[in-house]
Ligand binder design. Structure first.
Ligand SMILES: N[C@@H](CCC(=O)N[C@@H](CS)C(=O)NCC(=O)O)C(=O)O
Length: 209
């Protein structure tokens, strides 16, 4: 009962993992290749609270999750993890996404951007509305105000937002993500206003006549 040559030639099972939030710019695990593309039936919303990475228990940050919407699709990155890295990657993501982030795992069909490439099944981490850290819908202004004032162990909540928006501009320039870009524009407006605050509130100068 020897090993048949084709056994050693058999392509070992790989695993695809789809990211649509911080995973698009900070996967944190080893992968052999990645593809930009989208999943269908879900929209990306900043409706999930984060008390660790981008916020704390007093001021939870707001991060991305997926919300079911049959008309919608969400763009991100799918990463192919080789068989030897699967266990380590899933352990890492279990801590980062599930234990610290409150996400659960599901599997969705991923459609690569390149038209000549076949769809593939990918693991996806989603925070559903029954999750204790779920914050749910809010106006873009309220979400922007919250993001502007939160930071956690991984950094400021603004970084999370802007890096995701940068990814979309760079890799999916043809995609209009109104929710993401509206919140980003509002945050940048708040920052600009704050930058101007010191001058207009500078009491060292005599009051205008
Ligand atoms: N599951 C989404 C969102 C992942 C996400 O943003 N998770 C947060 C946990 S709440 C995280 O890992 N943050 C790390 C960071 O903000 O640097 C994805 O596929 O990208």
């Amino acid at each position: 009962m020897g090993i048949k040559p084709q056994d050693s030639m058999k392509e070992k099972e790989t695993l695809w993992i789809f990211g649509y939030g911080s995973l698009v710019w900070k996967p944190g695990f080893a992968y052999k290749r990645s593809k930009v593309g989208h999943i269908t039936g879900y929209k990306r919303r900043f409706w999930h609270g984060d008390e660790f990475h981008r916020g704390d228990k007093i001021k939870p940050g707001r991060v991305a999750t997926l919300v079911q919407d049959p008309e919608a699709c969400t763009w991100g990155v799918a990463y192919e993890v080789s068989s030897s890295e699967i266990e380590g990657s899933l352990q890492y993501l279990h801590t980062r996404e599930v234990l610290l982030g409150g996400y659960i795992i599901t599997k969705l069909q991923f459609f690569p951007k390149e038209k000549d490439q076949e769809p593939l099944l990918a693991l996806v981490y989603i925070a559903t509305s029954d999750n204790p850290m779920y914050l749910g819908p809010a106006s873009d202004t309220d979400i922007a105000n919250q993001i502007t004032t939160c930071r956690g162990s991984s950094g400021h909540n603004i970084e999370y937002l802007v890096r995701l928006a940068e990814f979309m501009r760079l890799c999916c320039p043809e995609v209009e993500d109104e929710h993401l870009f509206s919140i980003e524009a509002t945050v940048l407006g708040i920052i600009k206003l704050c930058d101007q605050l010191p001058t207009c509130l500078d009491f060292s100068q005599p009051a205008p006549n």
